[in-house]
Design a protein around this ligand. Sequence first.
Ligand code: CLF
Ligand code: SF4
Length: 296
Amino acid sequence: DDPKLSADVVNKVTTHPCYSPEGHKYARIHLPVAPACNIQCNYCNRKFDCSNESRPGVVSKLLSPAQGADRFSKVKARIPQTNVVGIAGPGDPLANPAATLATLKTVARTEPDVHLCVSTNGLALLEQVEPLKSAGVSHLTITINCIDAAIGEKIYPWVFYNHKRLRGRQGAQTLIDRQLAGLQAAVAAGMLVKVNTVLIPGINDHHIEALSQELKSYGALLHNIMPLISDPAHGTYFGLTGQRQPTEDEVSAARQAAGTNMAQMSHCQQCRADAVGHLGQDIDLNELAATQSPPT
Ligand code: CLF
Ligand code: SF4
């Protein structure tokens, strides 16, 4: 509804299933080519997909870039509305830049009209904005849970930056600084930047309005507040404190608070890193595997 958006931006928003409800007729495919991660989130268990952008409790079978591009071609033949190729894990795509970029470039050669989408924690984003841009990435998601290191140190026990493991407040501050610098650079490079925030009761719920105000000032387009999925059986737990997940009312209140500053996404499905199909109607990968090439 924003009259300031150009026709090109409106087109990119309305043809992407995550960026607008109007995009629901299009489908996305996630290619799980990125196993490593460069930070630790307290709600993550590394045995599972990145729960920043992916439904926890399921492990993606990793693909090589060539296998990823091959899966895309097969899915495109079967679901022609697949116009978004996303890299969202199972770790952080930008902690695996070679695999991520090789996959995106191969896909773009096969199908130049597809939207290329990446979801990252943002730690390594600033260095990768140019390579991502030249690979043709148009849609970018950064998971930013706070802009206050006193909150961040409760969420991230460590980050690995410049060959060093940084802990506590220093680690959190480094991550926040890099996320905001990366956000600014990605916006300046012309990417449509969405921010995902995992809502964690008692940790960052009081901070959402201040966060969304800052995100808006850095040029983010859209805010997706996702409830923490807390299920020890699925390997997600918040540190060892048994953090609960937010209620529906708490999620609505956070979206309302953030909505004073930013357009809100409220149809997120918290997808797996290997999700395929229309949002909420994922197709079965086992069925797809029957037509998949053997590992190389
Ligand atoms: Fe995938 Fe993410 Fe791109 Fe969408 S998912 S990389 S922006 S193509 Fe979408 Fe799934 Fe929610 Fe992500 S519903 S988890 S917001
Ligand atoms: Fe886990 Fe994702 Fe956080 Fe990395 S960024 S620790 S993969 S939730």
